[in-house]
Write a protein that binds this ligand. Sequence first.
Ligand code: GLU
Length: 527
Amino acid sequence: MAKLINKNVRARFAPSPTGRLHVGGARTALFNWLFARQNGGKFILRIEDTDIVRSTKDFSQSVIKDLKWLGLDWDEGPDIGGNYGPYFQSRRIEIYKNYASALLKKRKAYFCYCTLEELEQRKKKMHEKGMLPKYNCRCRNLTLGERKEFEREGRSPTVRFRVSGEGAIYVEDLLRGKVSFETKMLGDFIILKSNGTPTFNFANVIDDALMKMTHVIRGDDHLSNTPRQVLLYEALSFKIPQYAHIPMILGRDGTKLSKRHGATSIADYREKGYLPWTMINYLALLGWSTQESQQFFNQEELIRSFSLERVGKSATVFDPRKLEWMNGEYIRKLKPNQLVDLLIPYLRRENWVTKRIDPLTRKKILKVTELEQERVKVLSQITNLADFFFKSDFEYDRTSVEKRLKKDYVPPLLKKMRKRIAGLSLFNEKNLERLIRDLASEFSLSPGEAFHPLRVALTGKMKGPGLFELAVLLGKNEVLRRIDRAVEMLKKQRNKGGGSASGRPRDSGSRSGGSNPPPPANFFGRE
Ligand code: GLU
């Protein structure tokens, strides 16, 4: 079914830079972006930084960086400008003041001299009496003399919007239909704080109107702000945009997604090694789905298929396991050479590769990548999965040692293996496999019973890429050294009475005065 296209669409993302961009914010940005892009309209970024206490420049920059990383490009915004700038609210203070003056002149707003303490006290009292805590309108009709008196007391006023009228205020929402709010629940609300900065509702309305937004797609935690905003639009004779309040994101325990649920910032996910498109694809499915429940989309498909009508009303659950699974799927789709580029920063972080990577090393990393691509779900996992490719003093996994090496037949088997491998004239996968299989039958073992100990000796783990492939990549001498190391570790553990299986030779026995030099950073294939 062809969708109606509206090139006049102007949608925006309006983050408050009081923290890093989190999953919820990114999903809001994405829905606006998708909506603008599928209509061939405009997507605008506006930074709502009027909360001077909580907003910081660094957070603004980090939000911009994260949006760019996600690939959500904007047509107008703080860094690129546009016809309706500035796009930082902190640079628009005069505009808000002018509109506040206009409302004051029309008596749609008034100066309020109540202090925070007074307001708090009244609120408490109302609460105690079981009343709805709203402003009691003390300053609604002050005379000039009363105002002067307050000013003499040193009070600096806020500007309050006069909520008048009875009955209901209606919010038209594209997802929820007509939502009504009782006017009497609202109470006169502040639009300009005593320091001259606007409140969220006021600045948000003025900017959406002046920036000619046609649509406001945002989290439904803002739904309760909307009646006040509607009143402001009406008072200022601005056109009300189309609203779509999208459902909240919950953690798996059913509570609002927060830091308690682990990583929630986009930067955290980037650092862990999630691909930007995984994030986009996954976030798109938080509250939206196609009729066919399609899971994977490329950019073009997503822009084409997205529709506000299919965004649900009920809260949606953020499932980190699904996100990880999806990332693994996308990693598998990468060309190994692309994956190498993405993995290198993680290897560098461990000092396993140097800053400059020579072609030979790159070739080796490519081989490691090809061997591990199936298993990596998040880029940073490479350091656990592939440590043994980059350092010979890797730690043995305790369970693997217990299960695979602590058997009587293992030390003699490994010793024999070592001898035979040393004698191999051509160290390749085929010959190595044949050698181990032969040894297994000589020892009356199943092939697995011979393969497993070798794997733990070479990698410290029970699981990993193809044993013979990885052995060949390590090189013959390294394989021999690792067999020696495993045999030695087992001997030490036996001498100690089979105690700890921490398996780190350098930790488990006598330290020989530091005569155990660390291996070169990039040892593999050095023969
Ligand atoms: N600055 C608001 C926020 O970050 C924006 C709300 C809106 O999109 O209108 O929640």
